[in-house]
Ligand binder design. Structure first.
Ligand code: HPA
Length: 275
């Protein structure tokens, strides 16, 4: 059995053999947000199924490949499609790409997602800068034997979402006249949406948005010392808030509709992050 750090090394060695330059940062594109990868100059495509130890992504609206190339003057390794806990992947499989990204020398991880708005002040289509998270997934990617070659047993989570990256995102939003909400993202296991009672409980707990990704990746990134920027696109108001039922199709539809503006924002932020 390979240790986690051996698996990371094998995956990273493979990717390095396929990349023609050193990546500066990595970007994970959430549901319906994958089109940003199409703006990468001179793209190199690497399907996840070719990468040693990688699982295969099954979520709708997710392509399942790395796209590498230049974006906003930076060499970006983009994950067009991510692995979710609700797909049945174990947490280690979700942590692996993050660790590989760190091993490849990336100095930032930009996590994007579609999320439900929990804060009553939010509206569908809003962008939310993630300032912190609540792990409500009932699992942690660091559970089990710790591989000290990757990070410490007990991992500090005080500044998962790097304050200097948050500041850069705020500045881009202000310059571009893009309203940017801020708040706490609560990670829910899914794949069922939440009940209205759960949403009321999550609001009381301090959540502003809820989604089914991002938290495991952010924990893995903290563990291996990779600073994170997180941005949510609010694709719907959470269960019980809008007087209608929720559907995955609506999430994808709104993500696609707001995608171009969201992608333009993220592209600017990629160029502005202090690395
Ligand atoms: N809940 C959980 N995940 C989501 C939602 C939601 O309302 N919208 C988009 N992803």
């Amino acid at each position: 059995m390979s240790t986690p750090s051996q698996m990371v090394r094998e995956s990273a060695d493979f990717l390095r053999s396929r990349l023609n330059a050193q990546p500066d940062l990595a970007l994970v594109l959430g549901s319906g947000l994958g089109d940003l990868a199409n703006e990468i100059e001179n793209p190199v495509y690497i399907p996840y199924q070719e990468v040693p130890h990688f699982p295969v992504s099954t979520a709708p609206g997710h392509a399942g490949r790395f796209v590498f190339g230049r974006l906003s003057g930076r060499m970006v390794l983009c994950m067009q499609g991510r692995f979710h806990y609700y797909e049945g992947h174990d947490m280690a499989a979700i942590a692996l790409p993050v660790r590989v990204i760190k091993a490849l020398g990336c100095r930032a991880l930009v996590l994007t997602n579609a999320a439900g708005g929990v804060n009553w002040d939010f509206s569908v289509g809003d962008f939310m800068l993630i300032t912190d998270h609540i792990n409500f997934m009932g699992a942690n990617p660091l559970r089990g034997e710790n591989d000290e070659a990757i990070g410490p047993r007990f991992c500090d989570m005080t500044h998962v979402y790097a304050p200097e990256f948050q500041q850069a995102a705020r500045q881009v939003a202000a310059e571009q006249g893009i309203p940017l909400r801020e708040g706490v993202y609560l990670g829910y296991m899914g794949p069922s949406f939440e009940t209205p009672a759960e949403i009321r409980a999550f609001r009381t707990l301090g959540a502003d948005a809820v989604g089914m990704s991002t938290v495991p990746e952010a924990i893995a990134a903290s563990h291996c010392g990779l600073p994170v920027l997180g941005v949510s696109l609010i694709t719907n108001m959470a269960a019980g808030m809008a007087g209608k039922r929720l559907s995955g199709e609506e999430v994808i539809e709104i993500a696609n509709r707001r995608g171009p503006v969201f992608q333009a924002f993220i592209r600017q932020v990629v160029g502005a992050l202090p690395l």
